[in-house]
Ligand binder design. Structure first.
Ligand code: ATP
Length: 364
């Protein structure tokens, strides 16, 4: 065939446009992923994640654009012939059918019933639900219902699996267990899957790559560590993880760096931004340290600020310091373990490497 494992463009979505009642919610959407890859679509409510998922599934038609899955152009292929399975947020199980009947449903709907009992049993074994085959789905826990929904999606051996907020109905602990379980299942079987989520931790945890969406566009599409360490825009920086965030104005260049004047003093960032422009600087809180010295940091390769402490939260595995900050700013520092001795109202010295400083030009 035209595809092989690792095929970089197993799914290719090109120039997809979608509008509702004359309002465009997506325009020129391009997106592609490799075979076997696990990708998340991450973004705030209304950014278009579900729309993109539904267009790929064929549950909604695009106004224009093109989609290729493996060797097939699926743009005009009806949903039931795309060989794409969807796991919905509420699992959409049939309450009057047993677990096994729910799983068999997908095969029956396709008229693909050869060896059905064996295939249903295999699919249930994958999600460790064989013991429940003859049980009613209504008596199952949320996690068990999700496993049945996954078995039903996988029994047809889809070319692509789409999951719309698959963990949102589960409590936190179960959600984490199911994330680990589902991720290893998909990996072991080499299944290509797209998760829709608005939970950044979930996206970081389950995906090979994450497409961060905002207003119908992909702002950045990268692996979790790149997204976290090198967000391309302030939106991505704020949406994926926490950060210390200060706004200011670029006042000068030094070598390949910019000096930004903020309410907390001058910050040096390892990027060249136009002098005079407004900027946002950021740094991940675990890269910020609390130091004893109050000396000027000039020439040390570090940025140093001295905010007044608003709060120190001892969370056990970490201690979070919040400094007083102006509107739109956020002063936060994450220290590992239990750190006592910080008092509200005291002035602290916080410090981080220039090379860890993120900075972006923003509209003034
Ligand atoms: P959520 O996380 O809340 O589900 P989302 O990122 O999945 O959000 P979409 O549901 O794709 O976002 O919606 C994208 C935009 O399209 C929104 O502005 C929404 O109001 C609009 N929209 C989605 N479906 C329809 C529809 N059937 N009719 C009209 N507008 C719609």
């Amino acid at each position: 065939g035209a595809t092989s494992p690792g095929d970089a463009r197993y799914l290719e979505v090109s120039m997809v446009r979608k509008s509702f009642h004359g309002v465009t919610v997506m325009e020129g959407m391009n997106f592609h992923m490799a075979r076997g890859e696990l990708v998340s679509l991450l973004g705030p409510s209304g950014c278009g994640k579900t729309t993109l998922l539904r267009v790929i599934a064929g549950l909604m038609s695009a106004d224009s654009g093109d989609m290729v899955l493996g060797p097939r152009n699926i743009t005009r292929v009806p949903a039931h012939k795309r060989n794409i399975s969807v796991v919905f947020q509420n699992y959409a199980l049939f309450p009057h059918l047993t677990v096994a009947e729910n799983v068999a449903f997908g095969l029956k709907a396709r008229g693909d019933t050869a060896g059905m009992p064996t295939r249903v049993a295999e699919a249930l074994a994958l999600v460790r639900m064989n013991a429940f085959a003859d049980k009613a789905v209504t008596g199952l826990s949320g996690g068990q219902q999700q496993r049945v929904a996954v078995a039903r999606a996988l029994v047809v051996q889809p070319d692509l699996l789409l999951l719309d907020e698959p963990f949102s109905a589960l409590d936190r602990k179960l959600r984490e267990t199911m994330q680990v379980e589902l991720k290893s299942l998909l990996r072991d079987r080499g299944i290509t899957a797209i998760f829709v989520t608005h939970d950044q931790e979930e996206a970081l945890g389950v995906s090979d790559r994450i497409a961060v969406m905002n207003g119908g566009k992909i702002e950045q599409f990268a692996d979790p560590s790149t997204l976290y360490a090198r967000p391309k825009t302030p939106f991505v920086m704020d949406f994926v993880g926490l950060s210390l965030r200060l706004s200011g104005r670029v006042i000068e260049h030094r070598a390949a760096s910019s000096v930004i004047e903020t309410a907390q003093g001058q910050i040096v960032a390892p990027v060249e931004l136009p002098v005079g422009s407004m900027a946002v600087v950021g740094v991940r809180p675990e890269l910020v340290s609390a130091v004893a010295t109050s000396e000027d940091a000039a020439g040390t390769g570090r940025n140093r600020i001295q905010p007044v402490l608003e709060d120190a939260m001892v969370l056990g595995s970490k201690t979070i310091l919040h400094g007083r900050a102006g509107e739109g700013d956020r002063v936060i520092c994450e220290l590992s373990g239990i750190r006592s001795g910080f008092v509200r109202g005291q002035t602290v010295t916080l410090d981080w490497a220039v090379e860890d400083t993120l900075a972006y030009e923003v509209a003034g």
